[in-house]
Every structure is written in C-alpha cells, then in structure tokens.
Design a protein around this ligand. Structure first.
Ligand SMILES: NC(=O)c1ccc[n+]([C@@H]2O[C@H](COP(=O)([O-])OP(=O)(O)OC[C@H]3O[C@@H](n4cnc5c(N)ncnc54)[C@H](O)[C@@H]3O)[C@@H](O)[C@H]2O)c1
Length: 318
C-alpha cells in the first residue's frame, strides 16, 4: 500500500517511524520546511496538493498544525485518498460540517488519531463499563508546557492556528475518553484562563468545565503545572467507583487490570496507542470495514471543546 506523510515535525516523524517499523511503503513525504525532509528516502514535496496529485498515495497521514487539518482532509477525500489525520479533527464548527460532507461524498475513509482509546487501561475500562449506568465522572490533566514549548512552533499558542490551548491540544484525548466512558453530554458551563503564560500565549493554559444532560461529569485541565502528572479519570456507576490511571484500573479500590504494554513511540505522553490505531485503520482500509474514529466520532470532542470556549462561565448547549 502506497503511503505518504505530510508534516514531519514531532509527531509526523513518529508516524513515519511506525510505518517503517511495519514495513509499509512510505513513498512520499511533504513539509514546507525542507530541512525536515532530509532524513527520508521517499519522494520529497513542499506542496501538499502536488504530492497528492503526483503520488496518488492510498493513505495520507496528516500531521500538520491544527488550522490546516480541515482543508488538507477535504483535499485528500475529494481525490478518494484515505486519510489518517492527527487530532484535533479541526478547530472551527463550520469545518466539522465541511469535513463530514466531504467524507460522505468520498469513496475514501477518514480516521483521526485518538490513539489513547487503544491504551490497554482505556480498552479495559470501556469494556468493563459497557451496559452499566454511569452516574458521574471526573477527569483531570495537569501537565507542564512552558514558554519554550510554545516557541517551538509559530502556530502554537494562537487562536487562529492552534484553535485554543490546553483543551484542544493536550487535554483533548482525556476529554474524548470521558465522553467515550460516561456518554456524550448536552451542555457545558466552562471557564478558561491563562494563569502562567500571560503575554506569551493568547490561548488558555487552564480550563474547568461541568458537563451535564445526557451525561454528567466534571473536567479540569492545565498546562501550568510544574510537573507532568499522570492523567486521572474516575467514573462512578450506581455501585462502583472506577479509577483509571495510565498503568492500572481500580474498581472500588481493587486493582482489576494492570497495563503491560508500555512501548512508547516518542514521548510517553503520546501513549502506546498509535501503533494499535494504525493496525486498526489499515485493517479497515484493506477490508473495507468501518473505522471507529471517523469524522463524526472525532467531531464529538471538538464540539465539546468549542462549547467550552463559547461558554464564558454560563451553561451552553454543545
Ligand atoms: N496524537 C498525539 O498524541 C499527538 C502528539 C503530538 C502532536 N499531535 C498533533 O500532531 C499535529 C502536529 O503536531 P507537532 O507537535 O508534530 O507539530 P510540529 O510543529 O512539530 O510539526 C508540524 C510540521 O508541519 C509542517 N507544516 C506546516 N505547514 C505545512 C504545510 N502547509 N504543508 C506541509 N507541512 C507543513 C511544519 O513545517 C512542521 O514540520 C498537531 O495536530 C498536534 O496536535 C498529536
């Protein structure tokens, strides 16, 4: 299968490494920064559309800054080229509609990298909670992202190009897991603030949110911690408290599952899920099966985050 990667920064390199490790045919790479292409023996491009039209890969991996995802996804789908895009799906609500319409028209498949859904602990928790009534939940992400991190890419820290801060970038995975485990909520009241990088970034480094309606849970996320703490999710059913850590799941205090897979590609905050997600996606491309994290599924957490940004502390619909 002919594959291509666009955007060879921090995560694009990981995508290319996984494709190489799996013996997949990486036939083209594209980055506007030519220096990022030097390490690859594949065909090199600086223009995405030219690459799609000349190479016609069967799968293109989109690993570019957030604001580029929507147009790049649509350009590939219009050419009936399968797309595996990094999160977030997009950063504007009108782009959700454009992407879903393009996906419907296309003969190709769209998948989005919500790889934490494939982490052992989250697979266990999802299966454990299936059929049980969830009555509440809370999730928290306390990570550290300093001025040097935001200076590492000119798209970071800006509304127009990153589309937000800790919520749409670092905490998106955990919020996606919350809705996967507790159910998709109808409303949110949220507050966002910039507590540690005022004057450095435009976007929020800290957010708190109360989700309600069809499901009820609270969520806290910050990039202003001085330490990268493990993510924590707690789900309450009528009779059980299910605590999900990165390496184990506890039910009413009893350890129910211990994750053995700790093989990371890249930073440990990326988790262990990319490779499993690739296997699932490529399996669906080959068999014509439906990949679970398509446009509609990936749009759920983007809708929740955009509602948080709109909320201004008041309860709004999602
Ligand atoms: N799933 C995860 O855990 C995870 C982890 C890290 C990053 N990401 C996501 O991956 C994406 C990229 O993040 P990153 O940290 O690798 O960013 P980065 O800044 O390190 O890399 C982005 C790359 O895209 C290139 N680029 C910019 N405009 C381009 C264009 N028009 N055509 C081709 N290339 C272009 C840049 O030159 C750069 O090399 C983001 O959406 C981010 O949220 C996901």
């Amino acid at each position: 299968m002919k594959t291509a990667v666009v955007g060879l920064g921090a995560i694009g390199k990981i995508h290319a490494d996984i494709l190489a490790a799996k013996g997949m045919n990486l036939c083209a790479v594209c980055d506007t920064d030519k220096s990022k292409l030097a390490d690859y023996s594949a065909e090199k491009y600086v223009d995405y559309i030219t690459m799609l039209d000349e190479v016609r890969p069967q799968v293109v991996h989109i690993c570019t800054p957030h604001y580029l995802h929507a147009d790049m996804i649509i350009a590939a789908l219009e050419r009936n080229i399968n797309v595996l895009c990094e999160k977030p799906l997009c950063i504007k609500s009108e782009d959700i509609d454009r992407i879903l319409a393009a996906e419907k028209r296309s003969g190709a498949m769209l998948g989005v990298c919500h790889q934490n859904r494939y982490n052992e602990v989250n697979v266990f928790a999802r299966d454990y909670l299936r059929g049980k009534k969830v009555i509440s939940g809370c999730g928290s992400v306390a990570w550290s992202r300093d001025a040097a991190y935001y200076a590492s890419g000119d798209w970071r820290g800006k509304w127009a190009t990153e589309g937000g801060g800790v919520l749409i970038n670092q905490a998106l995975h955990t919020l996606d897991l919350m809705q996967m485990l507790a159910g998709f909520p109808d409303y949110v009241a949220a507050d966002i603030s910039n507590l540690s990088l005022s004057g450095v970034i435009e976007v929020e480094d800290t957010a708190s949110a109360v989700f309600s309606g069809n499901s009820d849970f609270t969520f806290f996320a910050t990039n202003a911690s001085s330490y990268n703490f493990p993510v924590e999710i707690t789900i309450r059913t009528e009779s059980e408290t299910v605590k999900i850590f990165s390496d184990a799941v506890y039910v009413n205090g009893e350890k129910k599952h211990f994750a053995e897979d700790t093989r990371y590609y890249g930073k440990c905050c990326y988790g262990t899920g990319h490779e499993k997600l690739f296997d699932d996606f490529y399996g669906c491309v080959k068999s014509g099966g439906k990949f679970g994290i398509d446009g509609e599924e990936a749009a759920k957490v983007v809708k929740m985050i955009l509602a948080c940004y709109k909320s201004g502390g008041k309860k709004v619909g999602i």
